[in-house]
Design a protein around this ligand. Sequence first.
Ligand code: ADP
Length: 370
Amino acid sequence: MSGITLTDLTKVYDSGAESVVAVEDLSLSIEDGEFLVLVGPSGCGKSTTLRCIAGLEDVTEGSIQFGEQTVTDYSASERDIAMVFQNYALYPHMTVRQNIGFGLKLSTSLPSAEIDQKVDAVAGMLGITELLDDKPKELSGGQQQRVALGRAIVREPSAFLMDEPLSNLDAKLRAEMRTELQELQANLGVTTIYVTHDQTEAMAMGDRIAVMNGGVLQQVGPPEDLYRHPVNEFVADFIGSPSINLLDATVQSGTLSGPGGFTYTLDDSGSIEGYERVRVGVRPEDITLVDDGENTAIVNVVEPMGNENFCYMELGDVEITARVLPSHRPAAGDAVPFSFPEEAVYLFDPDTGEALKTKTDEATDVAISA
Ligand code: ADP
């Protein structure tokens, strides 16, 4: 087992006239035994990064280390890692037992009895013992994914690389498998890099999350750090569901003015000194609908979630969302006053997106309120 270190990793795809910089100057260290989630929108370079680590793509520049060992030029088979993909690619004519044991049979000289023992142990761990004699077509999607995992685990690799492994499963099963995978990874203690475009999955699973955009690493940290202290507007917007509310504002003597007559006076405007314009961010759960709110928005629609309501409102030409108690259900067209505490306000440079102020640590994890 070992950690993984990427240093200035760059991957350019050259296809004749066009070249695409898929990953640019990526430096990232994954600790031994850590579960790191690589997340970002489609096309941001996640899979390419994973494929470079696996040895399935040559890197254009930079280096990859497993522990102390530089493996940049090693072939995939020399790297001792196991990949799990979205499509399970099980061999249809083989039983579950044969599918799980096949890699060991090919790559080791272990006797069949020993391979069987290992397969039994892994199948037990994954709760698929009773399926060992079945063929893949007899299995559900979730069971097939377990077999694919079993195939990876049985090889006892020094790292798992997982590329959207759960995205073919329905929502409920996906949530269950997330938990299972996390428990399994924690028990095995194998360094794991998990790629997803789904920020909810990233938040739920990662010890740390690395957010990428346009081939460039934006930020890496524990989920709650990224949520509360994003380095820029991209990360703030990408992490969190429903998304953070964002609006343009002008600044005058510490007072922010924005769309729909929005106005907010900061007690402490030190972070935006010299700025005439800023981007203002407020998370939906930090907005409270209160009679004496400083601002007013017009309700578009309220989505009841059971344990809370999402209240979508218009503030001039911007749509904002508030997460409110289920008992709070204003009607479409209502003008509702709202408020939010200064501790919860995010401010961003309007040109670079850089965060100038994030939630202060005193900002409580605001319980969803009125
Ligand atoms: P993600 O996994 O985040 O969706 P990818 O790593 O698959 O992103 O792709 C990153 C960028 O590299 C995209 O612009 C994609 O079109 C491009 N790309 C990926 N694979 C190739 C390839 N084999 N040849 C050319 N361009 C590629």
